[in-house]
Design a protein around this ligand. Structure first.
Ligand SMILES: C[S@@+](CC[C@H](N)C(=O)[O-])C[C@H]1O[C@@H](n2cnc3c(N)ncnc32)[C@H](O)[C@@H]1O
Length: 325
């Protein structure tokens, strides 16, 4: 590989240039983003076009103030109440995971130099958060567009005064040498893959021996994969799958990883679950409901049973997993 940097800032940030491989291609760096998208298959090309089409009708979401509020939107920023609730749920699960894994309260020296890869970074809110904590973050996606692709990273970096790398490529072919990352993070992204076995194999390959994959907020939970996902995303060409818990765990095991599964609202140990219940209890206005919920849900039903039961309900839940070598 050789590199021709055409534009480099005083702080070392390379804004433009070409990375050439003697045996294959030349890859452009444009506005600080390395573009490794070559020979994209139709599935990935359709996904990119689908997101473009989707965001063509979402002017509200294409404002710096909307972006920089993620993952917690307010009604002033987002008029769709359901979206506000979905984002809040996503933010809550993310921060529960962050705390369960002690990613923010650990000493800053423990974070420094730790490498985090975010696959499917989109608006870059999570990569920006990791960068703000001092991690060496890399945001990866196939979409570069401002506000819903890696160019959003520029808005975050400017606002926070932080830095993280950005790479455009297909998540099934990660352009990193083995054992590069301490954390491989995915949020709401694995279900866009048509080949989760390949995806988790790649995530495991680039993971350091003592690292972990954190994959959260993937739609679940049915006994069998649902192939006929019908929603606006699919109509636009975006890839949506609802994999079963077994398909996820099989793919993770095949990748040589051991997993811990967590249902929504229960990331961390039973103790954490109880702590969360106690916090809820303090805010909840209905003492009978909270008592029953707390007892049945957190105390008596083991996690495995909850996962199993959720597969039979028609209500979507989310799949959250921490996987280690
Ligand atoms: C639902 S969005 C999730 C975005 C972000 N993680 C979040 O939670 O806000 C899924 C992202 O995966 C990206 N994606 C889909 N297929 C991909 C692929 N083959 N390689 C890399 N990224 C992909 C999409 O471009 C999109 O940004």
């Amino acid at each position: 590989m050789s590199f021709n940097g055409a534009e480099e800032q005083a702080d070392g940030d390379i804004r433009a240039g070409v990375v050439s491989c003697a045996r294959c291609y030349e890859y452009q760096i444009v506005e600080g983003i390395l573009d490794l998208r070559v020979e994209l298959d139709d599935v990935v090309a359709n996904e990119i076009a689908g997101w473009d089409e989707m965001y063509a009708h979402k002017p509200e979401e294409q404002r710096p103030e909307w972006l920089l509020a993620l993952p917690y939107l307010t009604p002033e920023l987002e008029s769709n109440e359901i979206f506000c609730q979905i984002w809040k749920r996503n933010g809550d699960i993310f921060f529960q995971a962050v705390d369960a894994l002690d990613l923010r309260d650990c000493a800053r020296e423990d974070r420094k130099g730790k490498k985090v890869l975010e696959i499917g970074a989109s608006t870059c809110w999570a990569s920006a958060y990791f960068a703000s904590l001092g991690y060496d973050a890399v945001a990866l996606d196939i979409t570069r567009k401002k506000y819903y692709g890696l160019e959003a990273g520029g808005i975050w970096m400017e606002a926070q005064g932080s830095y993280f790398e950005r790479v455009l490529c297909d998540m099934h072919h990660l352009p990193f040498i083995p054992s590069t990352f301490d954390i491989v993070f995915l949020c709401n992204t694995a279900h866009h893959s048509s080949n989760i076995r390949r995806l988790f194999a790649e995530a495991a390959r680039v993971l350091k021996p003592d690292g972990f994959v954190l994959d959260i907020i993937e739609p679940l939970c049915r006994l069998f994969k649902r192939d006929n996902v019908c929603n606006r995303e699919v109509d636009l060409g975006i890839n949506e799958h609802i994999y079963s818990v077994f398909e996820y765990t099989h793919a993770i095991k095949q990748a040589g990883l051991k997993h811990e599964l967590f249902l929504e609202r229960h990331l961390g140990s039973a103790k954490d679950g109880l702590a969360e219940y106690k916090r809820e209890k303090a805010n909840s206005p209905n003492p009978i409901k909270r008592f029953i919920k707390g007892f049945i849900y957190w105390r008596f039903i083991p996690q495995r049973v909850r996962i199993f039961c959720s597969m039979f309900t028609d209500q979507l839940s989310t799949f959250n997993v921490i996987a280690r070598k």
